[in-house]
Design a binder for this molecule. Sequence first.
Ligand code: GLC
Length: 798
Amino acid sequence: MITNTELEFKGDLYPSKIVSFEHDVDSVYFHSSNSVILKVTIVRDSLIRFRYTTKGYFSNDFSYAIDKSHSHGYNFLEVIEEFDFFKIQTSKVKCIIQKIDMRISVFDLKDNILLEDELGFHWEESYEFGGNIVKMSKASKDGECFYGLGDKATQMNLKGKRLENFATDQYAFQKEQEPLYKVVPFYIGLQHKQAYGIFFDNTFRTFFDFCHERRNVTSFWAEGGEMNYYFIHGPKMEDVVASYTDLTGKPELPPLWALGYHQCKWSYFPESNVKEVTAKFRESKIPCDAIYLDIDYMDGFRCFTWNKEYFPDPKRMVAELAENGFKTVVIIDPGIKIDKEYSVYKEALEKDYFCKRADGPYMKGKVWPGECNFPDYTNPEVREWWAGLFKELISDIGVKGVWNDMNEPAVMEVPNKTFPMDVRHDYDGNPCSHRKAHNVYGTQMARATYHGVKRFAYPKRPFIITRSAYAGAQRYTSSWTGDNVASWEHLWIANIQVQRMSISGMGFTGSDIGGFAEQPSGELYTRWIQLGVFHPFCRTHSSGDHGDQEPWAFDLEVIDITRKFVNLRYQLLPYLYTMFWQYIEEGIPMLKPLVYYDQADTQTHYRNDEFVFGNQILVCPILEPNAIGRRMYVPRGQWYNYWTAKLVNGGKEMWVDTKYDEIPVFVKAGSIIPKYPVQQYVGELEFDELILDLYYKEGKEKSVVYEDAQDGYDYKKGRYSFLTFQITGKVSELNIQLHKEGKYDTPYSKYKINLIGLPFKIKRIEIDNEEVDLDIEALERDSYLIVDKEFNALHITG
Ligand code: GLC
C-alpha cells in the first residue's frame, strides 16, 4: 500500500540532468541522464500537457477521459535553449524547464508565475505491482485557493485538505468522508485572483494534497500509471472550466422532459402502486415527468427481465404512463446473476464477456441477485453487446431512460467493497488490472448503456443516469450523488456537491431530494425541494424502508410548498434549457459557485452556500431548521429579491428574511428571464406566449433564450431558436433590442413582457420605430406588455 507521507519517502527517485531534447511539431521531448523523458505537448496556447516516463520510452497513449473532438492548435510556439534552462513559449504562457533537474515553472506573458514545481516529478518504484507510484509536488503561496475535484463532501475551497479518488459505494457517507462515488482528478487553483487548472489524467487511485501536509506545497500522486497532467491557463475561472470541459467533452442536449421533476423510490411495485403514485401527482397538481422503477421490477434482480407477477404487461403499463405524461426510467446494474437459465448470463458466458481474475476464473461477487459475474465494459466488443441488450426495453416496451447503479463497481460482503485488484480488463486493447480500470468501470458501463439507449430511442434523445463516473463521463450520462442521508448536514453536502460537479465538467447532476437513507421531517424535505428545483437534475429518491417520500407523505403545507417550487422549475424550463445549451456549446457550468461568478472579489473565495443558477439567478438554500431568514453574501452588482422585487446592492453579506415557503432567490438587475406556463409535464400545454420577466436596470444587460423542438436531433441541423435580448435602461427610458438566430419557428406568436422595477410611468412605446396605442390604465395596473414575437426593437419612454 502507498504510504501517506508521499513527499518524504526515502526511496523516491528524481529525474537527473537533461542531456538532450527534440522538438517535434506540437511536442518537445526532454531526456534526462537517468532515462526519464518529459514530453511537453502544446494542445492549445493556453493548454499544455506534461507527460513523463521513467523507462526511456512511452507506452501507448490512451485515455478514456479525453474527448477525441477537443479543440487543439496554437497561434504561436517557440522553443529556446538557454544556458541552464529551456523555454517554451506560446501566445499565452511561457514554460521554463530547468536542465539540472527537469523542474518546471509556468508564467504568463507578464512574467507572473502561475505554477511552479516544488520537488516536481518524482516516483517510487512499486516492487509489488511493477511500475511506479508517480508523484508531483508544486509550490503554493499563502492565499492560494483550490476548487473542483467532482463530488467531494467538503467545503468548496479545498485548501488544507487531502483527498482521495477511488470510486466507492459509500452508503450514507458523511461530511468529509473519502473517497466517494466519482473520480474527477481536475482542480482549479486561484492565486492573485488568477485561475489555472490541473487535470491529472490517471485512472489509478489518486490523491491530492492541497497544503495539508505542508503549508506551501500542493501535491498529487497515483498508485500506478504515468505522471500525465494538463495545465490550463485562465486567468478567468470561466476559461479554465470551459477548456477542461472542451478537453473531456460535453453531452448532447437531453430531452427537455429530463429537466422536469423526477420521482423515484426503492421501489415502486407492483404496477398498481406505480399507477397510484403517478395518478396522485396529477391529482395533487404537482408537475412530474419521470417515474423510476428500481430493482424490484426485475425477475430476481436479473437485468433485462421483468417480474411478471408485479408487472404482467410492461409495454401496456409504460404506454399508459406515457399517455399521462410520465416517462418510465428503469434501473440496470452491472452484476449479471450466475444462472444457467438466464439468457443474458448464458450469452456473456458463451462470448467470454465477463471480467476474469488474474489466474483465469471469472470474477465472482455478490450484489442484489446473489453471486454475479460482471461484464468487462472496457472491452469495446462487450460494450457493443451491452448496447444491443436495450432493444427490447427501449424499442419494444417504450422505456425512455436508464439508470446505471452499483457501477463503482460495488460488491457486497467484502471488505474493499469492490473487485479484487488482480481482476483483468481489456481497457480498449491496453490490458491491465483492476487497479487501473476500477475508476473508469462505471463510465464505460454508462457509455455502453448510452449508445444502446440512443440507438433504440432514435429519433428521440436518450436519457442516462449513473452513480459512478470518471472525468469525461458527462459525454454520455447525467449523475446523482449516491446514497445520502435525510439530515440537515446532507442538505449542506448536496448543495456543495452539485456546485462542485458543475465546475468539474459534469453539470447534469442532482442529489436524492429528501435524502436516501432515513426519514426527512416535512421541514427538511421542504428545504431540500426548494434547493433541488435549482439543480440541473431534480429527483426525489429514498430507500423506501422508512416510509414514504412522495410530497403527500408530508402535511398540507409541505405539499403546497413543493407544488410552488416544482411549478417554479417548470416555469423556468426555457431558462434551464438555455443554460444547458450554454453548457454544451461553450462549456459554461450551469451552476456557478460564487468564486466562479466573481473571482476578483476575495469575499467569494470561501463561500459555500450561495450559487448562481444559470447566469442571472442567485440562490441560497436554507440549511437549518426553524429559519426565518439567513445571512448570505450577495455578489457585487444590483439584484432584485425574487419574492419582493426589492432591489439590493451586492458586494456584501446581508440578512435576508424568508418565510417557510421561500428561500433567498435574487435576479440580476437587467435580466430577462424566460418562462413557460406551469405544465404538469413537458409538452402538456400549447401556449401562445413566451413570458419574459424583465428586471429593469440603468445600464446595459444581455439575456439569451435557447429553444428547439425539445427532443430529437433537428437542432443539430440548425433548427433551433436563439434569442438575444439587449436591454439599455436610462432614467426614463428602456430599450430592448432583439436579435434572432436559428431556423426553428417557436410555436407561440407573442411575448408577454413583465416589467419589473421600472422607475418611471410609461408614456410612449415604439415597436420597430412605430408608436403603439397604449392603454395606460391597464399598463399601470398590470405592468406587462404583450408584443408580437417578430419585433426587433422596443422603445419605452416615460
Ligand atoms: C443503491 C442506489 C440506490 C438504489 C438502491 C437499490 O443503493 O444508490 O439509489 O435505490 O441501490 O437499487
